[in-house]
Write a protein that binds this ligand. Structure first.
Ligand SMILES: [Zn+2]
Length: 144
């Protein structure tokens, strides 16, 4: 999650992501395996394509990892492109849109948007806590 929107995306790229589930999975897969594929189960580095879009399947133990596994988009009950839209706006958006507004724009139920927005905010809080701890430990090193 912390790395998903770290890099700046052009409006054109965003437009593509918000309109295509495929593109979202491709984007997640690129980020996830930026430094190459390593099987979580056996450590093998060879893979073949899995069953879901842009998933990878270990050639040795046959375990499959989806592009969304380990991200907030995992087990998302609505189209991942819509989830991307909400996640991007919560992380980077200049205006704080209400869950009613997301529901209207994306043709989703307000409760669905509320649940997902809460999930993202929770994830952001965790990142903030983590970096606060990191910062304080850096300060300790610097001051000791
Ligand atoms: Zn494996």
């Amino acid at each position: 999650m912390s790395t998903i929107f770290k890099k700046e995306l052009s409006n054109e790229q965003l437009e593509k992501l918000f309109n295509s589930d495929e593109k979202c999975f491709e984007f997640l897969a690129e980020l996830k395996w930026e430094e190459g594929f390593t099987c979580k189960k056996c450590g093998n580095e060879n893979y073949c394509p899995g069953k879901t879009p842009f998933s990878r399947r270990c050639t040795k133990c046959k375990s499959e990892e989806s592009a969304a596994a380990g991200t907030i988009f995992h087990n998302c009950k609505f189209p991942v492109s819509k989830a991307f839209y909400i996640a991007y706006n919560v992380c980077k958006g200049k205006e704080d849109l209400s869950t009613y507004e997301y529901a209207r724009r994306l043709s989703l139920r307000q409760m669905t948007c509320w649940n997902f927005k809460t999930k993202i905010q929770h994830a952001i809080q965790q990142i903030d806590t983590l970096s606060a701890v990191e910062k304080s430990s850096i300060n300790k090193i610097l001051t000791s």
